[in-house]
Design a protein around this ligand. Structure first.
Ligand code: KG4
Ligand code: ZN
Length: 359
């Protein structure tokens, strides 16, 4: 194993592709936040196993993810999760072609557990090691559930830490066209959920409660970023919700939780959908995908279906289990990185603020 990140070159890959009649099996590991996950993925799109050990119940006690607890829990769980992934896929480490692991962005202590484990396996079993960007993983979840999907396409990435509009030009080739200026969409969901008394994790709770509410009950603002039509901003919306709650309290009026949830959600979804459609039209790309934890939101999925139908765009989305953090998506991304010749050395480190497309 050589140290440092390098690329073995396209020519070599082509030869490898032609010569290699065998399947490429990726053992993927994900530990960037509060899910310890491992998966075995065949040829980038076929999931042989996808094991997720969630720590949500533990962090719920504290109202959010506690980094120190997350790292410790990852250490307790990781070996068992990997073992289960191999057993369920009916393979051994010897059958695995390469190890893919999330190395950023995320919580540094949490990432380190997965990275150290992946390096240990790669070293012991003399397998290639491929570091994967977490967001690249979210985007690649679309390849698993949509076998016909090929780049180029526009992907709206909406998670707890990110809100990005990405042009996927090719496998592993991304251009960020829009991003949030402040809170990520999932972060806004989590903060508003806490403010209206729904607790953690906020996204799925608002999604559920909003179904009982009137989305036109309260007109919350839809922010536009001056001079950056594809950027997002959710902090003003969050403040508007907090102000609304305060003004109700001052008037000693009880807030209607479902109406606030539905009206807040309508504002988020409208901002996300309108910009995604506008980007697709501007760049003349007729395929749209969504990714990340918030992509499992039922209102976002419905509105995106409508908007894509209206604008004659093809719409792709992963099943909800592949939207939130999992390792199968890292296996899909890792496969394409591996086929593109990406290899990492044993000096691979966790990079908590890793940028998309940075290698
Ligand atoms: O992608 P993810 O699992 O982790 C990160 O990489 O951040 O996303 C987690 C985020 C949380 O903010 C959570 O509240 C949000 O996704 N989320 C949802 C839903 N399910 C998860 N937000 C809205 N509606 C949902 N159904
Ligand atoms: Zn994520």
């Amino acid at each position: 194993m050589v140290s440092g990140r390098f690329c073995i070159g396209k020519l070599h890959i082509h030869r490898m592709k032609m010569m290699n009649k065998e399947d490429v099996l990726i053992l993927a590991i994900e530990s960037s936040c509060d899910e310890t996950a491992a998966a075995v993925v065949k040829n980038g799109r076929q999931v042989l196993s996808n094991i997720i050990s969630s720590q949500i119940d533990l962090h719920t006690l504290y109202g959010g993810v506690v980094p120190e607890i997350a790292s410790r829990k990852h250490m307790e769980q990781i070996n068992q999760v990997i073992e289960e992934a191999l057993i369920q896929a009916k393979v051994t480490l010897d059958d695995i072609t390469a190890i893919a692991v999330t190395y950023g962005p995320g919580l540094v202590g949490a990432l380190l557990v997965g990275v150290a484990e992946a390096k240990a396996i790669a070293y012991a079993k003399k397998k290639p090691l491929v570091g994967v960007h977490h967001i690249e993983g979210h985007i690649s979840a679309n390849y698993i559930d949509n076998p016909e999907l090929e780049p180029p396409f526009i992907c709206l990435v909406v998670s707890g830490g990110h809100t990005h509009l990405v042009k996927v030009e090719d496998y592993g080739k991304y251009v960020i066209l829009g991003r949030t200026r402040d809170d990520a969409a999932g972060e806004a969901y989590d903060k508003v959920a806490r403010a209206i008394g729904l607790g953690y994790p906020g996204g799925p709770k608002i999604d559920k409660v909003a179904k009982e509410g009137n989305k036109n009950a309260i007109k919350f603002p839809r922010a536009h970023v001056e001079g950056a039509p594809y950027d997002f901003s959710f902090s003003g919306l969050k403040s508007a919700v907090l102000n609304y709650i305060n003004s109700c309290e001052m008037k000693q009026e009880k807030i209607n939780q479902a109406d606030v949830a539905a009206s807040f959600q309508a504002a988020v979804v409208e901002s996300l959908v309108s910009r995604t459609i506008a980007v697709a039209k501007e760049f003349k790309i007729n395929k749209i995908a969504i990714a990340g934890g918030v992509a499992s939101n039922s209102a976002l999925r419905e509105e995106m279906i409508h908007a894509c139908e209206e604008n004659q765009l093809e719409f792709f989305r992963p099943s909800p289990i592949l939207c939130t953090d999992n390792a199968a998506m890292i296996g899909a991304a890792g496969y394409y990185d591996y086929m593109n010749g990406i290899r990492d050395g044993l000096d691979l480190n966790a990079v908590p603020n890793l940028k998309l497309g940075e290698r």
